[in-house]
Design a protein around this ligand. Sequence first.
Ligand SMILES: NC(=O)c1ccc[n+]([C@@H]2O[C@H](COP(=O)([O-])OP(=O)(O)OC[C@H]3O[C@@H](n4cnc5c(N)ncnc54)[C@H](OP(=O)(O)O)[C@@H]3O)[C@@H](O)[C@H]2O)c1
Length: 210
Amino acid sequence: MQITVIGAGNMGSAFVKQLVRAGHQVKVTGRDFSKAQQVAAANPGAVAVATAGAADASDVVVLATGYADAVTALKAVGNLDGKTVIDITNPLTADYMGLTIGHDTSAAEEIAKAVPQARIVKGFNTVFAQVLAEGADLGNGQKVNVFLASDNAQAKDSASLVAESMGFIVVDAGRLNNARYLEPVAGLNIYLGYGAGMGTAMAPAWIHKA
Ligand SMILES: NC(=O)c1ccc[n+]([C@@H]2O[C@H](COP(=O)([O-])OP(=O)(O)OC[C@H]3O[C@@H](n4cnc5c(N)ncnc54)[C@H](OP(=O)(O)O)[C@@H]3O)[C@@H](O)[C@H]2O)c1
């Protein structure tokens, strides 16, 4: 698949690494082009591109900026008509220990309202960058779960293919408004990892009775 990653930070660079490894054609763009160039240089096969038109020719766009920058970043990458946009953002407070919105909306829904031509899929927001960078296999047969929520079935299928190509287990999390649940799950993960000192080599998962 042709995939554009917006953002060259912790999550953006980890996505580029795993997407290239999975055999996708990957473009990366950033507010600071030199950071996108560094990420591309570290992942042979990936290409750094300018923001304008960065989404052209891509099937899937990964939105890997902070929530506050998300709509501006998406609007800058060109025509998103019918494209799958994986929204990984969490609307975190400045101290990372709370969410700025929730209950009656979510980051994903607000982004979808602002960029209605895109097919938004919420996902990967519960996966620490450190986990994504290392890969989906946590050892002992444990695979990291990725929860995907969207109002567009085709877009969810595309996001599932992307997640599975990188080795993740996909959990269908229903409609986009279930991002109202997924974003707090990320908040709990951050509390456990950083607040409670459990570290970042872990991820939330849904388990079934054998
Ligand atoms: N870190 C995690 O473990 C984790 C896990 C799950 C979800 N998330 C979510 O993933 C998102 C990214 O997190 P992160 O840790 O990767 O943050 P980060 O390291 O700060 O990276 C964000 C990147 O987005 C870039 N950016 C900002 N505005 C932009 C624009 N208009 N166009 C293009 N690029 C732009 C930033 O550029 P500059 O370098 O110029 O600032 C930065 O490189 C956040 O919403 C976060 O809540 C993070």
